[in-house]
Write a protein that binds this ligand. Structure first.
Ligand code: UDP
Length: 406
């Protein structure tokens, strides 16, 4: 695993020195992260790297995962979809299920952190235990809150307002709240297996393993199998593009232990792909970091056609590999892509197909977008910036709101 000093050559010595100074001020404090899955999706991806690097800095960061049965995760997935603005039937019993599991977790979980850092809605009701602790509590929202279902939002708001602070990924997600709000965007780790440089032979081997040809362009979307990632729209886009250019589509993904919808979506994707030999549907186990890295590096164009998106780590991962990306202008994606400068933004199937065709026909233009995208990620969305923001946040909790703002 990479050490902090390994990042110096990527971000410069000053940034690493600053991290060490901030970490020194946090010495002796325990930061307890709590979320709902150790595997799958963006939150686990970030915590897997963030926690050991904080440790390397001398900050005692821990990570605990709440428990839940299938009924709990069905409810939290419904809430997730409803918060993202999807039309979902929410029943009064869903709120009861949520509370029952939250109470069970509250009984079973040891809340020992000086800072208790709760990620996303699933563990949010643990805040009811706050009066029993001396900890500072932060709620970290990783989802797109720009148009949430009002019932779920009001239910969560009661919990959020009991925290000492809240963190959102993008300006458009912030809300009218009585607690402090911090704006901190997520990040990728340039030295993780998912993002590090790979030798050509490793990339070739991965393509061979999955039967992907190197003789025609490869268009790729990597995402959990989730309706909000619009995998069906991806297939429609591909079919439009292929009318003009012979190419292949890779739809690669896997599940998350807190996402019960994956299998259903996967079956529907297979149906829609209709055994097309140029559509490669890859079901990846959670350990597939090198494989995802290789697929992204081998791709001619990367697609992220999400209907809603918290931040969209897959976009940052692709841009860091200097790949041309066509992505929907939703959630945190426009923070990462400036249209026609560091990628292409789109809103429709036709617009996305048009963008891909343009990139396939103008490799120089595609290269330029990828190069600009990589620099944008280097400056704004690497783990070192994220570590700095989090440490400043932990320190800021010692001061009243009007004294310090991030
Ligand atoms: N990912 C993965 N395996 C998969 C699908 C996705 O490792 O089969 C990773 C992907 O590379 C990215 C993260 O999971 O690092 C997804 O984060 P993102 O913000 O794009 O979406 P989320 O799943 O959190 O909605």
């Amino acid at each position: 695993m990479a050490k902090l000093s390994d990042y110096e050559s990527i971000v410069g010595k000053d940034i690493i020195d600053e991290l060490r100074i901030l970490a020194g001020k946090l010495s002796g404090r325990v930061i307890q992260n709590i979320n709902s899955t150790a595997v799958g999706g963006g939150v686990a991806e970030i915590l897997n790297r963030m926690v050991p690097l904080l440790g390397d800095l001398g900050v005692d960061a821990q990570w605990d995962v709440i428990k839940g049965g299938e009924d709990f995760f069905k409810v939290t997935k419904k809430f997730h979809n409803a918060l993202h603005g999807a039309n979902v039937e929410i029943l009064p019993s869903d709120f009861d299920t949520f509370i029952e599991y939250s109470e069970m977790n509250a009984r079973q979980m040891n809340l020992y952190g000086d800072v208790i850092f709760i990620h996303d809605p699933q563990p949010i009701a643990l805040i009811k235990e706050k009066p029993k602790t001396k900890s500072k509590w932060i709620w970290r929202c990783h989802i797109d809150f720009s148009g949430p279902d009002i019932r779920v939002w009001l239910f969560l708001k009661d919990f959020i307002e009991q925290f000492d602070g809240s963190v959102f990924s993008a300006p458009g997600f912030t809300k009218d709240l009585s607690v402090r709000q911090f704006l901190i965007s997520p990040s990728i780790d340039p030295l993780s297996d998912k993002n590090k440089e790979l030798p050509k032979r490793v990339i070739n081997k991965v393509l061979d393993t999955y039967g992907i040809s190197q003789d025609k362009p490869i268009i790729t979307q990597i995402s959990r199998f989730d309706y909000l990632k619009d995998p069906f729209g991806v297939i429609e886009v591909f079919r439009l593009v292929r009318k003009y250019t012979d190419c292949q589509l890779v739809i690669a993904g896997g599940g998350a232990t807190d996402d019960p919808e994956g299998d259903k979506v996967l079956n529907e994707i297979r149906e829609k792909a209709d055994n097309d030999p140029d559509i490669h549907i890859l079901v990846l186990p959670p350990t597939s970091n090198i494989e995802i890295n290789a697929l992204q590096r081998a791709s001619t164009v990367i697609l992220q056609k999400s209907l809603r998106e918290g931040f969209g780590l897959t976009v940052a991962e692709a841009l860091w590999k200097a790949k041309p990306v066509v992505a929907s202008a939703v959630g945190g994606i426009p923070l990462q892509i400036t249209h026609k400068f560091s990628g292409l933004l789109s809103r429709t199937v036709e617009g996305t197909a048009y963008g891909i065709k343009q990139l396939l026909h103008s490799p120089e233009y595609a290269k330029k977008l990828g190069k600009n995208g990589k620099e944008h990620i280097r400056q704004n969305f690497l783990l070192t910036r994220h570590l700095r923001d989090y440490m400043l946040l932990f320190l800021a909790l010692d001061y009243p709101e009007d004294v310090i703002r991030l």
